[in-house]
Ligand binder design. Sequence first.
Ligand code: NAD
Length: 479
Amino acid sequence: MSEIETGNHIGGRWSSTVDTLPVVNPANGETIATVPRSSRETVDAAVAAAKAAAGGWAAIPVFERAAMCVAIATAIDAARETIAYTLSCEQGKILAEAQGEVAKAADGFRLAAELVKQMGGKTLPAEDPSKLVMTLRQPRGVYGVITPWNFPVNIPVEYLAPGIATGNAIVWVPAPSTALVACALMAAIERAGLPAGVVNLVIGEGATVGDAVVVHPDVTAIAFTGSTATGQRIAERGAGKPLLLELGGNGPLIVCEDADLDAAAAAAAGGAFFNAGQVCAATGCVLAHASVVDRLCNKLVARAANEVLGDPLHPATTMGPLNNAKVADKVRAHVGDAVAQGARVLHGGRARPDLGSALFFEPTVVRDVTPAMRLCREETFGPVVPVVAFQDEAQALQMALQNDHGLSVGIFTKNIGRGIAMAKAIPAGIVNINAGTTWWELHLPFGGGSGKKSGIGRLGGMHTLEAMTEIKMISVTCG
Ligand code: NAD
């Protein structure tokens, strides 16, 4: 890890603090680096740097900002192996997944470069014939971007790329447990030649530095991805500012009696075991028609048995450890709660400290789960497939509607008319028919449905560029 510059990056300079936080490899518990534990005063300095850079960056022609995004994509590609290795060591995901995440991050910058050149305003008719009316899209100014540890490269890029492309200046607070890879990404952005102060990285505890960003009077807008609880706090503390909040999920995957069970099992297991289940759109629970539960469970167990839990850097490994003790405690508690209430563990269900740390948890399949159990009610964020039986479509729909979250849902049925009717009725941001809850591409809208706990607003492609800009109406009196 020694080749990675660590620290805050403010106004184009790396700096550190006396107080530090350890960066721990979740696969073996070793401290691999230390990073700043910044104060609220550090945030003040970062906001001042962003404010100083904001006007100049907004004035750069859009084609030059697009070219900068392409240069950043190229720098990320060039550093792909270093960034991916750091990501794997620090977050715990397997190296192949880490490489994929870094490749997608470069794609995210290229996509923003393309889209910003297409983003336009309008000319509008007016009652007054002397008026010519137009709208422009303008950057919001200084953006606070606060990001989690589960995809610590891709999720920041979902905001940094459109934010840079549209002419905002940014203060970025990454999750402390994946701050090292944030430094690696920041270094690539710096190497591409982004002017000083356009992106400022501040590392520290979220309740200190994240909160300081949210309430800072010179931070004009907030983009946040993380838990529902933190999102709700940010909504209160940042009240009045434009907020893009991408929060927790607990997506049900509905398997009807006519479903292709092989495809459903592949999607359910893939959505639960990818990134060890630490995915906001993971398979939260499988709602399966009672007539297919036995066969589906057999297929899920076979898939779980195929997973190889172990060292994320070993090429044979398919699943690494969980990232931190908080999430590992929650996974154990949810499985324990289900078992105590009568659910049956068909595969896995145990922590595996013998593999190197207490954060390894077996790929797990649990049946006879009910909607009252925590596995079904709450976001587990671990490698667990809970299977709940339903008797008819109305009951499945009712269970899906009762879900507190509204991020993503999967429905497996051969009856597309039925699938579309269910999709329309479920208040989630994404419904995938005959695909898992995790299916999404960078240019497509992503976000929580209204009335639920998965957030507000949409990111993805042009949606993020629009969210990170505001519409200005300009009228010209011509006659
Ligand atoms: P978290 O809410 O604990 O932390 C997210 C970020 O917020 C971190 O950088 C943290 O330091 C910071 N933070 C913590 N307290 C803060 C405060 N009071 N004010 C400002 N910032 C604060 O979430 P996490 O555990 O890092 O991430 C996992 C969660 O993120 C899961 O719930 C997952 O579903 C969600 N998530 C959502 C999406 C999505 O797109 N909807 C994507 C990925 C993850």
